[in-house]
Design a protein around this ligand. Sequence first.
Ligand code: ZN
Length: 704
Amino acid sequence: MKQKSFLRMSILLAAVLLAAQPSIARDVQKINPFFQARTTPFQAPPFDKIQKEHFLPAFKEGIKREQAEIDAIVARNQAPNFANTVAAMDHSGIFLNDVSSVFYALLSAETSDDLQAIARELSPLLSAHGDNISLNAKLFARVKAVYEKRQSLSLTPEESFLLENTYKGFIRSGALLADAQKERLRAINQQLSMLGLKFGQQLLAETNSSRIVIDSAEALAGLPESVRAMGADTAKSLGLAGKWVFTTQVPSMTPFLQSSTRRDLREQLHRAYFMRGDRDNANDNKAIVQQIVGLRAERARLLGYSTYAHFVLEERMAKDPATVMAFLNRLWAPALERSRNEATEMQAIIDREKGGFQLASWDWWHYAEKLRQEKYAFDDALLRPYFALENVKKGIFTLCEKLYGLQFLPLANIPLYHPEVQVYEVRESSGSHVGLLYMDFHPRPGKRGGAWSGGFRRAYNEKGKRVAPLSTIVCNFTRPAAGAPALLSIDEVNTFFHEFGHALNTLFAEGVYRGRSVPRDAVELPSQIMENWALEPELLKLYARHYQTGEAIPAALVEKLKASSLFNQGFETIEYLAASFLDMAWHTLSGDAAFDVRGFEAGAMASLGLIPAIVPRYRTTYFNHMISGYAAGYYSYIWSGVLDKDAYEAFKEKGIFDRPTAESFRRNVLARLGTEDALELYKRFRGAEPRIEPLLRSRGLLKE
Ligand SMILES: [Zn+2]
């Protein structure tokens, strides 16, 4: 997923400030690192100097400066043209962006009660600042004047695209509304930003407090030594030494669900997971979702759209809800059939073992793992030693060298926000600088779940000179257990490749302007295509080496891995599609009546015929994607899946390390995405529109 904070914020954000008293302001500016020119290598954020009390004053100054920049554009005497209006807007808000990219990166990766309190205080300020820009009638009049004479301006494709998006951004933010409607829109935006924040904070609290504590060794039945050790470590870190704790964070929960033979405990842990935000306690998210969905529907209607999904999808490759629903439905039936077959196979094991129960959601991982061992005769624990984190990292570096000629140099002189973070300088084969890459691998209590990629600065041109990007990858990979390095699961290996693809997109970005507008359903193309290489035998033999013996992963194991690539694909596709449908169901509601969240969700799933042993990948009350940027957009991953599988065919045709193919992908897609129409860029690389068949085939959903 992409880091929200990294989106260019100036249009979204925004400035109501009381001027600080001049003397205080001067003091703050003397010591506040945000007010000083950066003397760090590559102008990286000076994390060694940044303190939490620096943020609010810096945000307020950033808002003030951007507002002044916008006022100056509006006050110009010259007739509006591209340079004095659109390009000038693109160049506004750099100070604010520097502050917000640091702050929101920390809020996700290294948060604290203090940062969360600052975020709550900022939310209405930034929302109002965004509205002050997007609802500025004089500014809009200038943009409109440029837009209306766009044919006569001989703009570059990047400039045309930026102008189009700037103009559309105003319309979609309410520039054409009457004053009373604009006021209502402002109020809605403020409420939505507060509610979104509250949803995330309550979810984090729920995730941190949802766990099982085990105090007798008997209850560890089935768990391998490594999983027991992890449970003991977690207990220790929570001040419960001598016990074992398993949390609802995926690296802790999944191994437990896979290996525990205590069905009652599996149920307890899985329930703790899928009831997050739905426990009718102080952190219940149901009422918040109701309000968010209602306000989004109202906002869409104000702007002239029948539903929020119509509003969102207009800007996507898919264009409208009907296209998305038809696309999801095309995948649903074959995937459901496949998942039913998987459930039948697992039930057969349960019956053979005289279990005497029906497969339930908390059994799925356990029996899937048995099935995997039966059919493919290997288990996760056998694979992990070949996927030590350092080796996987080297494997990705090797791949990037083969495809793009990149070099990665570790840097020790860059200030860090946490000592575990690693920083590399990325260089072209010629030695010229591309940008910096920060990597932060393991879970901590202050880090939200999942994995994402973002940055502290995106690439653009300043007076003809490239400003280099600072990209980040943040993950929640298995920590090293005592005496061994961090050994990754296959899922974690894929996640690493995935997030690295986002980082390459950030690092390779070319273009003069800061404003880039990548349709959400194309965002995952650069990331997902990278996953295709992860288990290619030609690459595996270069990086998948046993951490103790150095022995390359045995060919027989690779064969089994490949054979197992279709394993559990029914489940994975269905739990994902179910969440995608749920997201669409919420955002195609036209009314704002009070709905019952549980009932609505159950109804949506029943109408799909979802089998009871599968819970949607995200239920409503912990569906963070749907709340924070992927509204009516969760389908995007599989939409991008069509693109990535079709794009990877080009590599399969020419050789998976083929340099010219990689260069073409870099030049046409990675470097330009967001500066021209995504489908046009794709066709320039592939020579044709993407086809759905490679995706269906890769998931075993195509009858051949
Ligand atoms: Zn992603």
